[in-house]
Design a protein around this ligand. Structure first.
Ligand code: F6R
Length: 241
């Protein structure tokens, strides 16, 4: 595990963008695992900037997102489909058909989740997986639990996550109670993992992930067993290390 501390959130996010950019340059047909949420927005801005400068070409890149809410339309302003289009996909030359976000409206969620895992395998697996971290230590929407779930699956969002994510919705009541998320197995199968954490409200989760027991009550703690994981932290997120 490599812990990289930066003075600012901007730097931590740009460092993530540089690793992603070098992956795209070294392997133009790479598979990127992408996250939503506030944390990676500056990373995506930097990737867009590098693309606009002519340094990056996404025409052969494939992407798989970590998660999606269940029960809101893809066009909903808070859906992760829409987030990705607005914050990255619409601004670079990635082929829309090469971008994948779990379907939160599938009739058979279990079948759709299994198909999502298989699509990742068929694409050759994820080269670089971007992660944020929840205040409760979740990665993707793998919430604190008594086990690690391997594959893509339906999750019940915890009170802490609903509370944290209500800022994107008109009210807390509108935050979906369920989501579909890549499992811990699929995240751990990525060849490289970048966990970006910024802000002091992530400090406890980061400390628990780095120093606590490797335990499903802090799902990010499993990342310590990954052979190629980078924790990219600003001063706030690293303040309890
Ligand atoms: C988003 C995701 C979540 C977020 C986490 C942090 O796709 O999988 O695990 O990364 O909830 O969210 P922010 O960055 O909004 O603090």
């Amino acid at each position: 595990m490599r812990i990289c501390r930066y003075a600012t959130a901007e730097q931590a996010c740009r460092a993530a963008a540089l690793i992603l950019a070098s992956q795209v340059i070294r392997k133009p047909d790479c598979v990127l695992g992408l996250a939503t949420g506030s944390t990676p927005i500056p990373t995506y801005k930097e990737l867009i900037r590098l693309y606009e400068e002519g340094l990056l070409d996404f025409s052969q890149v494939t992407s798989f997102n970590l998660d999606e809410y269940i029960g809101i339309p893809e066009e909903h302003p808070c859906s992760y489909h829409r987030f990705m289009r607005e914050n990255l996909f619409d601004h670079v030359n990635i082929r829309p058909e090469a971008t994948h976000v779990p379907n939160g409206n599938a009739e058979d969620m279990a079948a759709a989740a299994g198909a999502y895992d298989r699509a990742i395998l068929e694409a050759g697996g994820i080269d670089v997986q971007v992660l944020g971290i929840g205040r409760n230590g979740h990665i993707g929407f793998n919430e604190p639990d008594d086990s690690f779930v391997y594959g893509c699956h339906v999750v019940q969002l915890t009170k802490s996550t609903i509370e944290a994510n209500k800022r994107f919705f008109a009210s807390e009541d509108e935050v979906p109670r369920q989501a579909v998320s890549l499992g811990i197995g699929s995240i751990m199968n990525a060849r490289c993992v970048l966990l970006i954490a910024t802000g002091v409200d992530k400090a406890k989760a980061v400390r628990d992930a780095v120093y606590g027991e490797i335990d499903p009550s802090v799902q990010a703690s499993i990342l310590r067993t990954h052979p190629n994981v980078f924790f990219l932290l600003d001063e706030g997120a690293a303040s309890l290390l």
